[in-house]
Design a binder for this molecule. Structure first.
Ligand SMILES: [Zn+2]
Length: 205
């Protein structure tokens, strides 16, 4: 039980409220925001812990709404972009170098802070589906990109991607998320996509 710091007498009661708001230009509706109410002097206040919790709730609502809008526009969500990047076995920094968009582009895409262009979206899907395209992009990026060891994780990432996509509210599954792992260009092939620091990309670090 907490005592009100303003009147030093009243008992603080935790309360919640909801609000329609705009966060980073996105309209969201949040519930469960917290504050304390003094039963004696009727003061309202928000503790640092509540502020953190409220920020987390707002952030989650923002990410969910932005992901929903991206799905509607048939754009990859931040989570899906991260999965594609992990499938390719490259860091965020390397991804920016390979695909463009500026040094922090992928950190922002994946955090839903920035929406990728339709062109970037297509490029990412192309790299995800066509190993030869990935290799071409890696060559174009100049210095050897030392991709991290992926192996089976790549397949799991791909399955997760479908699971995430399927669970999205009102989500229309893009054609390339075939249920059986087959894509328009044939079976999703781990051996060709997830090369592990071999060949041209060995010891570049
Ligand atoms: Zn009080």
């Amino acid at each position: 039980m907490h005592i009100c710091p303003i009147c030093d007498e009243g008992i603080l009661q935790a309360r919640t409220y909801g609000r329609d708001m705009q966060h980073k230009g996105v309209n969201i509706s949040v519930e469960g925001l917290q504050y304390d109410y003094c039963l004696d002097c009727e003061a309202e206040m928000t503790s640092p812990v509540q502020l953190d919790q409220n920020a987390k709730i707002i952030r989650e609502a923002f990410i969910a709404e932005r992901a929903r809008v991206k799905c509607e526009q048939n754009l990859l969500t931040g989570t899906q972009i991260r999965r594609v990047r992990e499938q390719l076995g490259i860091t965020q920094k390397q991804a920016s170098k390979i695909f463009g968009g500026g040094p922090t582009a992928f950190a922002k895409y994946e955090a839903e802070d920035v929406v990728q262009s339709a062109g970037m979206d297509k490029l990412l899907r192309l790299a995800s589906e066509v190993p030869a395209a990935t290799e071409w992009l890696l060559d174009r990026a100049g210095e050897g990109i030392n991709r991290v060891h992926m192996e089976h994780e790549a397949l799991f990432a791909f399955q997760d991607l479908r699971a995430v996509a399927s669970s999205m509210h009102k989500m229309k599954l893009p054609d390339w998320f075939a249920e059986d792992g087959n894509t328009k260009h044939g079976k999703f092939d781990l051996s060709s996509v997830a090369c592990c620091n071999d060949g041209a990309y060995a010891d570049a670090a």
